[in-house]
Design a protein around this ligand. Structure first.
Ligand code: NAD
Length: 500
């Protein structure tokens, strides 16, 4: 099958998909292997319902083996003691290989979890930029010399931690992987990646590229499988020094228990959200804001941790503004994920599809006013259109709980005070947005929002320089920026006595 080098049409992407060769085995100690149990699980394309592959289903035996190899690699020092500038060169080579293969990597994510190829290509740009940024940072971070008298030299050294396990979700499979793996590797650790069982394919392709880039044996390993098997085994392992997790708050809470039951491993959690997007009546261009507010929730089918799922609108402009949001939503219909013109793709799997439709039903029963959407589209494939509920109140489940789908809950407010109170009335604190022309109000409200990140007159703005993470039950970790490198290293205090 001939493949276009740069696919740009639906037919190009279909042709590329038909010619793919999938790696489905685990990557352990530089080798692709079946799971020790020889068990596999099925990964499906949610846009068609077709089986994509049978993938190695790792469990505790595979985790034990990988942890042993990771420890041996760390102790051997081929990576952990390599000069940072040399680690940088290998990671930059990996980024170049990702760039050269970005269409294939994007396609794997699209086939595996239903997101559009346009969105997947955006993820690849983010993933590659993350590897480059972290690689470039690592030989520019200095240790410290503490202030002492002449009787001592006191050093604060930054050292790799050892074995890092990364457990990631399915909504941005390779980008979430990059956010965890790039800084952990750059800092000199051995990394074991467990991709989601719903989207394992791009992680296994990344392993092939990592080997080609020259990462030493055992430094990067990939264990596909389920959370309750291999995920739990890594979280309970006495040989894992740090666990970096992105996923739901419920699983995050379990992982805290596992860390306590085992070796008090360092634990970073990036969990769920129910992010408020606040629109003040003083905005100049409400048409533009409405489009952004719709994209803030409907991008990636609403399967986004920082989705702007609670829209808070100042009452004098609320009716007119919601009409504009509904009009924008109607233009964001789901379509074939392989069609570069599709704005939304398919929902990741049957369980998530049922969960979203269940919340839509709940919204109706709770008395919220359905303005658009609400019915699944006919199959094959799992498609739910943009759905907007108005008149949502804080006690309704659709106004409080993370739905992780294309469902927007709209609230009205009468004062700045009320808007801030409503925005902060959540167990989550991942992201918040506000739209206003009044700089005094912007600064007042920004400081009062209890949230890891605040977007002012945009939604989801940022680049590699910005730390990404939440407060409250959205977790404690920070991905991206040089702060994420700090998370994957330990401080060692060295006090040297000197003769005076
Ligand atoms: P999930 O919590 O179900 O699964 C995430 C990962 O954890 C998967 O790899 C899964 O296999 C694994 N896992 C599940 N149970 C486990 C266990 N007992 N032990 C160890 N590992 C286990 O989440 P999901 O459905 O994959 O992703 C959606 C969630 O992720 C949403 O809540 C979303 O908000 C969150 N998320 C957060 C961020 C962020 O940066 N804060 C980014 C993306 C997604």
């Amino acid at each position: 099958m001939s493949r276009p080098d740069t696919p740009s049409t639906l037919a190009d992407w279909q042709a590329m998909a038909a010619g793919l060769t999938l790696e489905t085995r685990a990557f352990v100690d530089d080798t692709f292997v079946d799971a020790v149990s020889a068990e596999t699980f099925t990964t499906i394309n949610p846009a068609t319902g077709e089986t994509l592959a049978e993938v190695a289903s790792c469990d505790v035996a595979d985790a034990d083996l990988a942890v042993g190899h990771a420890r041996a690699a760390f102790d051997g020092g081929a990576w952990s003691r390599l000069a940072p500038g040399k680690r940088k060169r290998v990671l930059l080579r990996l980024a170049d290989l990702m760039e050269a293969n970005k269409h294939e990597l994007a396609l794997l994510d699209t086939l595996d979890m239903g997101k559009t190829v346009s969105s997947s290509l955006g993820d690849m740009a983010g993933a590659i930029a993350c590897f480059r940024y972290q690689a470039e940072c690592i030989d520019k971070l200095y240790g410290e010399v503490a202030p002492t008298g002449e009787e001592a030299l006191a050093l604060v050294l930054r050292e790799p931690m050892g074995v890092v396990a990364s457990i990631v979700p399915w909504n941005f499979p390779l980008m979430m992987t990059a956010w965890k793996v790039a800084p952990a590797l750059a800092a000199g650790n051995s990394v074991i990646l467990k991709p989601s069982e719903k989207s394992p394919l791009s992680a296994l392709r990344l392993a092939q590229l990592a080997r080609e880039a020259g990462l030493p044996r055992g430094v990067f390993q990939v264990l596909p499988g389920f959370g309750h098997t291999v995920g739990q085994a890594l979280a309970l392992s006495m040989g894992v020094d740090c666990l970096a997790f992105t996923g739901s708050t419920g699983v995050g809470k379990q992982l805290m228990q596992y860390a306590g039951q085992s070796n008090l491993k360092r634990l970073y959690l990036e969990c769920g959200g129910k992010s408020p997007n606040i629109v003040f009546a003083d905005c100049k261009n409400l048409d533009k804001v409405a489009k952004h507010a719709a994209a803030a929730i409907f991008h990636n089918q609403g399967e986004v941790c920082i989705a702007g799922s609670r829209l808070l609108v100042e009452n004098p402009v609320r009716e007119a503004f919601i009409d504009k949001v509904v009009a924008a939503a109607e233009r964001m219909q789901p379509g074939d994920p392989l069609d570069p013109g599709s704005f939304m793709g398919a929902i990741v799997d049957e369980a998530q599809y049922r969960r979203i439709l269940g919340y839509i039903q709940m919204g109706r029963e709770e008395g919220a006013r359905l303005r658009v959407g609400g019915e699944a589209l006919p199959g094959p494939g799992l498609f739910i259109p943009p759905t907007v509920f108005d008149g949502v109140t804080p006690e309704m489940a659709i106004g409080r709980e993370e739905i992780f789908g294309p469902v927007l809950s709209v609230f009205g407010f009468d004062s700045e005070e009320e808007a801030v109170a409503m925005a902060n009335d959540s167990v989550y604190g991942l992201a918040a947005g506000l739209w206003s022309q009044d700089i005094d109000r912007i600064m007042r409200v920004t400081r009062r929002l209890h949230s890891g990140q605040v977007f002012v007159n945009n939604w989801a703005g940022g680049d590699q320089t910005m730390p990404f993470g939440g407060v409250k039950q959205s977790g404690n970790g920070r991905d991206k920026s040089h702060h994420s490198l700090e998370e994957y290293s330990e401080l060692k205090a060295v006090w040297m006595s000197l003769a005076t």
